[in-house]
Ligand binder design. Sequence first.
Ligand SMILES: Nc1ncnc2c1ncn2[C@@H]1O[C@H](COP(=O)(O)OP(=O)(O)OP(=O)(O)O)[C@@H](O)[C@H]1O
Ligand SMILES: [Mg+2]
Length: 357
Amino acid sequence: MCAQRVELRQLVKVFPTPGGTEVRAVDGIDLVIEPGEMVTFLGPSGCGKTTTLRMVAGFEVPTSGQILIGDEDISKKAPNERDTAMVFQSYALFPHMTVEENIGYGLRFRKEMKRDYTDRIEKIMSLVGLEGMNKRSPGQLSGGQQQRVALARALVVEPQVLLFDEPLSNLDAKLREQMREEIRRVQQRLRITAIYVTHDQSEAMALSDKIVVMHQGKIEQVGTPQEIYQRPTSRFVADFIGKVNFLPCKVLRHENDETEVEAFGQPFKVYGVPAIQGPAALVVRPEAISLHVSEGIPVKVESTVYLGSAMEYRVVLPNGERVTIMHTNPNLNQLFKVDQEAFLQLDPHATHLLPMN
Ligand SMILES: Nc1ncnc2c1ncn2[C@@H]1O[C@H](COP(=O)(O)OP(=O)(O)OP(=O)(O)O)[C@@H](O)[C@H]1O
Ligand SMILES: [Mg+2]
């Protein structure tokens, strides 16, 4: 199997609605996915993730634009003429067929040789951890095992591009984490190009080489999980990926990598942030702020939440603004209490800067 590059060029999908207005579900997407890469489409409900994926699979016809796999424009090809395979949220298994019949089903349409067939199914079953379950029916499997069958069925046809639409959302939290690691392991082992749709940010962070954050049919930002988390290019992205504080500030000067701002009435330096003029905001994750008994910006503790692995504090600045702080691995002998006076400090290397609006 040779990994393929996927390219979306000015991809648009407009749906007519009964009322006569139209929905621009996908609104001009340009994207390159390198061979063997795992790319996640992440965004709120209705932003166009599934529609984009379905166009790559051939289940929707683009209104305009192109989809290339390798050098070939596949936009006009039928789903079964494309080398793609999809894993769905509802596993879409055939209840009256055994596990091995379900997995082998896709091969029938690819006119595979009978001889080759059993070997290949066995290999894939062991790759996804389904050894010995050949003769069971889907009804005799757990949710996680059914999802493995769905994954095996997609892999057995050796597609050039593997597509996932929220494949883990029917599983409980623990199994979801386990399965996402397995999907990543299999994808890397086979070095197969993959597109994964989710609205779960931790899933996207854990799985992806690159995350594509979508918003209202458009791409908001493309980057590695670290870039998306640490250096979001918009407030929307910063907000969508986990908790974040926006603290108004004034930019005093930029010099090379160093930016000086005035925040909370004090000068403060941040590093490696974009050069911004005018009103700005410091963008700080709760875990990049710490609370102390002395030294720093004076605050008052408003609320505390014990989360086991972390302590979450909500504090109020003298100007009335609220800040969320996360102390991981909290020292239980040194917890702050509601109404206590304290001092906060920001990690200048984990603080980002964005325009105010
Ligand atoms: N067949 C259709 N006819 C009309 N509108 C559609 C159709 N399919 C999707 N849409 C609309 O297109 C937009 C994008 O839908 P899409 O299913 O791609 O969103 P999504 O990002 O996958 O959302 P979710 O996270 O809820 O699955 C939505 O406004 C949706 O209502
Ligand atoms: Mg969807």
